[in-house]
Design a protein around this ligand. Sequence first.
Ligand code: AMP
Ligand code: ZN
Length: 114
Amino acid sequence: MKECLFCKIVRKEIKSDIVYENEHVVAFKDISPVSPFHLLLVPKKHISSIMEIDSLKDSEVKEIMKAIKTVAEENGLDKKGFRVVINMGPYGGQIVDHLHFHIMGKRKFEWPPG
Ligand code: AMP
Ligand code: ZN
């Protein structure tokens, strides 16, 4: 069993506010939100970052993308738009080493990001 924070959230050994779940992914509220809507969507299968994406099947990668779309639709983010972020490594600001997608919305985001 992985001693990984997000694996423990997936296994429900650590409490989180789960907003969406299916066979492939769990999406839960970020504990420290940076926007009025801020979820983390994680594959149930542990991979430490985007750099290990080849260890997922193509169909699993597609399921992740479809789940992001579903979460956006179910929460009305598709109307005005939203932002999805993957952080990788120290320059990317990755803190938790389990691939996760920040899904942020309900405010306008700047470009370029800080
Ligand atoms: P990253 O910097 O991309 O690795 O993002 C990690 C994110 O996980 C941060 O936005 C944290 O606020 C969030 N986070 C850390 N611990 C928890 C937790 N127990 N439940 C929900 N979100 C968390
Ligand atoms: Zn993990």
